[in-house]
Design a protein around this ligand. Sequence first.
Ligand SMILES: [Zn+2]
Length: 325
Amino acid sequence: MDYICLDLEWNQAAYKIDEEDEIPFEIIEIGAVKLNEKMQVVGEFQRLIRPQVYPFLLRRTKEITGWTDRDLDEKGIYFEDACEEFLNWCGKNYIFCIWGSSDLTQLERNMSYFDMKIPWKYPLKYLDVQKLYALQEHEGKARHALEYVIEKYDIPTDLKFHHAFDDAKYTGMVLQRINLKEYGSYFSIDYYRVPKNRFEEKIFNFDTYSKYVSRAFPLKEELMENKRLREMACMICQKNLKKTVGWFSDGGRVYLALGECREHGLMRGKIRVKATEDHSGFFGVRTIKACTEEEKEQILLKKDNLTKKRRERRRKGGKKGDGEN
Ligand SMILES: [Zn+2]
């Protein structure tokens, strides 16, 4: 299997009113390098793209990427052609490696805007190299800019940053320094498409947590009532957990719960509510992972504080029903 480090640059409308909903970001450069299983660079790909939706580069885009309107006019080709060449170049057996989480979504969005067939089946798994770096160096907790990591690894910075092709090369160089035996199994899932039905819904098991992605529902309430999303199974033995604290909202788009496996101890559940790409509905991403007594206390405290706040708000509002729920 090959590793395809991909990076994109894009442009957008100068004014919100000129923005096309289906393509808020128009891709102007595709850059990629291909690494084989031995982590050797075996191919390079770069195309500049002549814009069709937003014909002029924003000043900010020019500043960041260094490209000019003339560059794209003279050297650019149409997105459909560039993308087709790119897909052919990718080959058959590969996994995308991306710095961060947005490039594949933008690629698919551009493809569907230009009526191209998206060749990847659900789920589209990829390696988020920024996340793998965080796992390897910071226990997964931080996210750093590519420039920072390049410096940390003493990689010579003779290439530019924010050129898709150069960023793809840098991403490849970081990937070469990641212990893939240890961290290569921590793939990410692109959420441009979500499961169409319950049969596409899957639980993904990682060493330290499990992840479940639900299909989309028109309303948030409907989503949160869904039994499968609310289920809590042990991330190790898959047996149902004994729920000790039921799902509660943290006030925003995150829900938390606590459960216990007789054999494997305390686990924390977290549901992130996300809007689908076309804003037609909501889906949930649920993770379950082992938790310590301390983390349990923090969650309980959070719940307490939220209950108190809600009660206060109700009192101030002068409404009846204090103590309900
Ligand atoms: Zn268990």
